[in-house]
Each structure stands twice: as structure tokens, then as C-alpha cells.
Write a protein that binds this ligand. Structure first.
Ligand SMILES: NC(=O)c1ccc[n+]([C@@H]2O[C@H](COP(=O)([O-])OP(=O)(O)OC[C@H]3O[C@@H](n4cnc5c(N)ncnc54)[C@H](OP(=O)(O)O)[C@@H]3O)[C@@H](O)[C@H]2O)c1
Length: 393
């Protein structure tokens, strides 16, 4: 019996999550039809993806005149067997308001994910959400809109995907336990961390990811963002969300039921699994599974308490999450700008926390902000952070 193909679009198809999603889709080609692929600057890769997967639309955000005017690269995209070329945020809006889509994978990094996600929700399209910044910036609005329009938000982040898989009856869950690999500086001194090079910060021991999230994993801000993401996705108070360091990244997270029973989700560290789970939910397929899980091969699993004095970003995220409103918008914007400055060699790794903390300390929080207020605060903080960063150069 033939089943109907699920129609999917990917925002951020040229990134780490987007590329792995296409590997999953290639394995499950009889299950999916790609409506649109959207990337940022990497038009050459987008073009190759379009040739292979034949979406109806492709969208990029490369401002280079070479891609704005007729040129060999753009002409070859246009010739690409009938797909329509879209551009920039308008293009993303067009993709996300296309009701042909059953599901949209939001896999771009940073604040770009928020608007397309809200547009897709308003059009009743389910979301596979990798872009955690969307919930950090506007979790209350996004989750309320999803409820209003009857839309599923299925997490792609391995920790939240693990929790999603463990929960049977959310009313009976007492606590969420989020695991953290600890990143490249887990057992290094604070001094080593302060003087880390970009190369060292990008050398994550377990996961191969985009640069922004890899730096966030080195400072552990990624775990801070995930705590806020979990609060919104599952509706738990911050006091009921615990972080535990687990360097092997085998236990992807766990939940504790009211009776003390703990259910964890385990698997080899591969983002293919949570991506596949999210885009095929509620079904499950063998798909991209490469190797069977073996406890005896893994042999040992370690757990330890996170050092919040060394990784102060996690403490800051708990604080900002509890304050709510635009506190997390401010933290996200300042952190993102500081990470870009670190990657550009303008500041040291430890300055990321210091800069973010200063912006948070000086921010006047708006409680229950509208989406326009969120974008206004985001813009203001980014500007202020960039100006402050000049003092470090
Ligand atoms: N990577 C992981 O393992 C992982 C795990 C959990 C959660 N996440 C989350 O998933 C998100 C993506 O992470 P990633 O590691 O895949 O990042 P990444 O490798 O940096 O990819 C980011 C993607 O966003 C695209 N993009 C940038 N600007 C855009 C724009 N204006 N319009 C459309 N697309 C744009 C990029 O396009 P170009 O490359 O063409 O410029 C690229 O396709 C992040 O929020 C991250 O926190 C990632």
C-alpha cells in the first residue's frame, strides 16, 4: 500500500542540521516531498541541493550582486528544472505561508528563525524546531500561537527530543533532567578557558555543529538556552529543570515521574536520530540508523554536577528565564553578538559571558512583550552590545 508523502520545507538546508535532514530525507525518499529549501549565503550548496532534491522553491539570503543579477550561478539556479527562486525574509515568509507544507523544519541559527516559525504556525503548519533561539526570544507567544492554531512543535534538539520521547503523561512528570556533554573545557582550568583560541572553542569532543552553537557549547550558554527552551516546550518551572553533565552524550536527557521513577532516552550521539524523529513524528522508521546500540560496547556512563562558578552562563540563563519577558531576549541578543565578535577574533571566550551579563544587568525588562517589542529590544541590545565590544578591541 502506498502512503501519502509528507510535504516538507527546510529553512537552513545548507547548515549542519539542514544537511543532515536532507540525508534523512534521501533515505526516506518515498516518505517525503520537498516543497522548499532555504539557505543563507551558501548559494552554491543550495544550488546542488536543488538539483538533487528538486524542490518547488528555493530561497537564499546572499546579498552579493552576483546572485542578485543574472550571473552564471544564478542562471543555473533558475534553469534548475522548474524551481522558483525566492530571496531574503520575504522569500521565507512566502515559504512559511504556503499551506501545501505539512511540516517545516526550522534549522537556521539565531534570531532569523522566529518570524518564519510564527508565520508557519499561523498557517496551521507543524514545526520541527531546531532553532532554539525562537523559544528563547518569544517562547510564550510561540507556544500560545501553536495552541491556538492546533500546531505541533516537535523539538529537534537532542535533549528536548529525548524528553519528548520519554513523556507519556506530562501531568505525572515531576522533573526534567537535561544532560550536557560539558564541551571542550569541561575538565580544563578557568585560565585555559579564558585564553582559549577560536580553534579550541570549536573543537567540540562529541558533536559536529554550526559555529554559533559550538561556541555556545564551549561556554555552556547552549545549556542555558536549552533550559529556557525546555521551560517553554514542556511548561515546567525552572526549579523543576535540572542539568547534569554527562560527557559521553549517550543519555540524551531524562524525566522523573512523581513516584521517583526515571525514564531516560539513550542513543549514539548522532543528530540524524532526533531530526528523523521530529520530521516523521508520530511515525517511526528505520531510516538512517547505521549501527545497533550496545551497552557492553559503551561500558560506562559518567554523570557529574555542573560547575556553575566556572560556567556562569548557565546560572545567568536560569536567572533571566525566571525573570522572563524581554530578559531572555536581551541575553540571547547580547550573547549572539558576543559570539560573533569572538569568532571574528575581537574578544576572548570569557568576555562573551561578561558582555552578556553586563547587557542583562543594564536591561529594563518588559513583562509580557508583544512581538514588535521583542524585535525592538533585540535590535537595541545588538546595537548596544556591538558598541560595548568596541572597548575590547
Ligand atoms: N548542529 C546541531 O547539531 C544542532 C543541535 C541542536 C540544535 N541546533 C540548533 O539548530 C540551529 C541551526 O544550527 P546549525 O548547527 O545547523 O547551524 P549552521 O550550521 O550555522 O546553519 C545555519 C543555517 O542557517 C542558514 N541561514 C543563515 N542565515 C539565513 C537567512 N537569513 N535565511 C535563511 N537561512 C539562513 C545558513 O545558511 P548558509 O550556510 O547558506 O549561510 C545555514 O543553512 C541553531 O539554532 C542551533 O542552536 C543545532
Amino acid at each position: 500500500m502506498k502512503t501519502k508523502k509528507r510535504k516538507i520545507s527546510i529553512i537552513g538546508s545548507t547548515g549542519s542540521i539542514g544537511r543532515q535532514a536532507l540525508e534523512v530525507i534521501e533515505k526516506l525518499e518515498d516518505k517525503f516531498e520537498i516543497i522548499a529549501l532555504a539557505g543563507g549565503n551558501n548559494v552554491e550548496l543550495l544550488k546542488k541541493q536543488a538539483e538533487k532534491f528538486k524542490p518547488k522553491y528555493i530561497c537564499h539570503n546572499n546579498p552579493s550582486p552576483a546572485f542578485q543579477a543574472p550571473s552564471p550561478a544564478r542562471r543555473s539556479i533558475r534553469r534548475g528544472k522548474g524551481h522558483k527562486l525566492l530571496y531574503g525574509s520575504e522569500g521565507l515568509e512566502q515559504i512559511c505561508s504556503n499551506k501545501e507544507n505539512d511540516i517545516i523544519l526550522v534549522a537556521c541559527s539565531g534570531k532569523i528563525g522566529l518570524k518564519p516559525t510564527l508565520t508557519a504556525i499561523k498557517n496551521g503548519i507543524d514545526i520541527a524546531l531546531a532553532n532554539k533561539e525562537t523559544l528563547v526570544m518569544a517562547g510564550d507567544i510561540v507556544m500560545n500561537e501553536a495552541k491556538k492554531y492546533g500546531v505541533n512543535i516537535i523539538p529537534v534538539d537532542s535533549e528536548h527530543c529525548a524528553i519528548h520521547q520519554c513523556i507519556k503523561d506530562i501531568k505525572l512528570v515531576d522533573k526534567l533532567i537535561i544532560t550536557a556533554s560539558g564541551g571542550p573545557f569541561l575538565h580544563k582550568s578557568v585560565e585555559d578557558m579564558k585564553n582559549a583560541t577560536v580553534e579550541q572553542a570549536l573543537a567540540h569532543p562529541r558533536w559536529n555543529m554550526g559555529k554559533k552553537i559550538t561556541v555556545d557549547s564551549a561556554t555552556l550558554m547552549n545549556k542555558g538556552l536549552e533550559i529556557i527552551e525546555a521551560h517553554h516546550l514542556f511548561g515546567f518551572d525552572y526549579d523543576k529543570i535540572e542539568v547534569v553533565v554527562h560527557p559521553q552524550s549517550i543519555v540524551h536527557s531524562a524525566i522523573e515521574y512523581v513516584d521517583g521513577s526515571v525514564i531516560a532516552q539513550l542513543g549514539l550521539p548522532s543528530m540524524h536520530i532526533p531530526i528523523q524523529y521530529a520530521i516523521t513524528y508520530p511515525e517511526r522508521f528505520e531510516g538512517i540508523k547505521s549501527k545497533s546500540f550496545s551497552f557492553s560496547e559503551i561500558a560506562r556512563l559518567d554523570f557529574e554536577k555542573p560547575d556553575f562558578e566556572k560556567f556562569q552562563t548557565v546560572k545567568l540563563a536560569y536567572e533571566m528565564g525566571k525573570i522572563g519577558g524581554t530578559a531572555t531576549v536581551c541575553m540571547n541578543a547580547a550573547n549572539e553578538e558576543a559570539v560573533f565578535a569572538f569568532l571574528d577574533g575581537k574578544i576572548k571566550l570569557y568576555n562573551i559571558y561578561e558582555i552578556t551579563k553586563k547587557m542583562c544587568d543594564e536591561h529594563t525588562v518588559i513583562k509580557n512583550p508583544s512581538i514588535d517589542e521583542i524585535f525592538a529590544v533585540d535590535k537595541e541590545i545588538r546595537q548596544k552590545t556591538k558598541e560595548y565590544i568596541l572597548k575590547f578591541i
